[in-house]
Design a protein around this ligand. Sequence first.
Ligand SMILES: Cc1cc2nc3c(=O)[nH]c(=O)nc-3n(C[C@H](O)[C@H](O)[C@H](O)COP(=O)(O)OP(=O)(O)OC[C@H]3O[C@@H](n4cnc5c(N)ncnc54)[C@H](O)[C@@H]3O)c2cc1C
Length: 406
Amino acid sequence: MKVSDCGYENQGFANRPLDLGATARLAVPHGPLKKDIETDVLVVGAGITGAMMADALAGTGLRVAVVDKRGPAKGSTTASTALVQYEIDTPLIKLARKIGKRDATRAWRRSRLAVDAIAARLGELGVPEVARRDNIYLAGDLLDAGELEREHDARRAAGFASRYLDRKALRKRFGIKRDAAIMGYGNLAIDPRKTTLALLQAAVANKVKIFAPATIVDLDAKRSGVTATAGNGRRIHCRHLVFATGYELPDRVPRDGHQIISTWAITTVAQPRRLWPEQCMIWEASDPYLYLRTTSDGRVICGGEDEEFSDEAERDALLPRKTRTLQRKLGRLFPGIDTTVAFAWTGSFGSTDTGLPIIDRIPGLPNCWVALGYGGNGTTYSRIAADIISGALTGRPDVDADLYQF
Ligand SMILES: Cc1cc2nc3c(=O)[nH]c(=O)nc-3n(C[C@H](O)[C@H](O)[C@H](O)COP(=O)(O)OP(=O)(O)OC[C@H]3O[C@@H](n4cnc5c(N)ncnc54)[C@H](O)[C@@H]3O)c2cc1C
C-alpha cells in the first residue's frame, strides 16, 4: 500500500500565524530513523492528535514510536485557531435528526468529557496559555432565534448548562445586535503548538521515541503485525499502527462522507481595551460561519469562510479576499473593534457529513487505525481518538467507540 503524500510541503498555511515564542523550552527530543526498528505501536503524525495518542499510550507498558515527515507540531496543528469546544459544529437538534437523539446526546456528552479531560491533562503538565472560556452561539442562517431556543431546550434536556439570550439580553450583556444567542460554559482556548510539544515531551519522558523527518511511504499490514517503510528505506515493524496524519489521508482509507475543507483566519492588532465583555468565544450558527476568540495579549482571532475544496494554490490565492471578508464581518459584529490585521493564514481540515470524526480500524488493513475528519472540533476529537484507540490497544474497549466507526 502506498501512503499518499498529497504534495503538501507548505505546513498547511499560507502566512505564518503568530510566532508564539518560548518554544525552545518545549523542544522535543527527536532524530532521524537511521535503522530498522521494532515497536508495539507506531503513531504516524506528530501533530496534536499524534501527541495526545502518544501521551495516552505512554506508560501503558507498550513500546511506542512516533514518526513525522516534517517534525513535531509542524502540520496543520500550527494553523489551528484553537477554540477547544464541546459544542460540536453540528447543533444537537440537527445531529439528532441525522443519527438519532440518543446517539447525538452521547456524542455531545462525550465531547464535554473530552474538553474537561484536555483541561485536566494540560493543567497537570503546566502547559502555558490555557484559558477557560464560555461560548456564545449566535442566531444565523443555520438556526434562527426560534430554532436556537429549541437547541437550548435540547441541550438543557441532555444535561448541559445553557442560557438563552433574546435580542435585548444579548445586546445589554455583550453589545451584540443579533436576534438571539445561547451560551455554553467551560470551553478552552489553548496554544496548539505549545500544547502539542508539551504532550510529546511528556510522552518522551515516558520512553516514547520520536523519529523525524521520516515519511511513511509503504505499508504491509498482516494479522501478525504491520511493517511500515519510510522514505529512506528503513522499516518499522509494529503490532499496531495508528494514522494521526490530519487531513493527509493515507490511500485505502475509505473516503465516503469525508471532505477536505479550506478555511481562513486572521488575528488583529492587540487592543485589550476594546474587547467585548467576558471575552467569550463566539460562534455563528451560519453557513459559512464566523467564529471569534481573544488571545492573552488582547488580540482578536477571527476565522471561518470555509469552502469545500482541497487545492492548496487556489486556497492560498483566496487569502487576501477572505481576509477582507473576515475583517468586514468582524467590524459589523463589533463596530468598536480595530480590524487591522496583524496575521492572516489559511489551512485545510477534514470533515464528515455528521461533523463527527471517524476513529476506527481501517477496513482491509489489519492492525491499522485511523482518526479522521476533524473539522472545527479537531482538538476535542483528537482527545476522543486518543482515548478510544489507546483503550482498544490496552484491552479497555470504549463505550462510545461505535459512534465514530466507518
Ligand atoms: C485555519 C484552521 C483553524 C482551525 N481552528 C480550529 C479550532 O479552533 N479548534 C479546533 O479544535 N480545531 C481547529 N482546526 C482543526 C485542527 O487544526 C486540526 O483538527 C488538527 O490540527 C489536526 O491535528 P492532527 O495532529 O490530526 O494533524 P496535523 O497537525 O496536520 O498533523 C499530522 C502530521 O502527520 C504528518 N504526516 C502526514 N502524512 C505522513 C506520512 N505519510 N508519514 C509521516 N508523517 C506524516 C504531517 O507531517 C503532520 O505533522 C483548525 C484548522 C485550521 C486549518
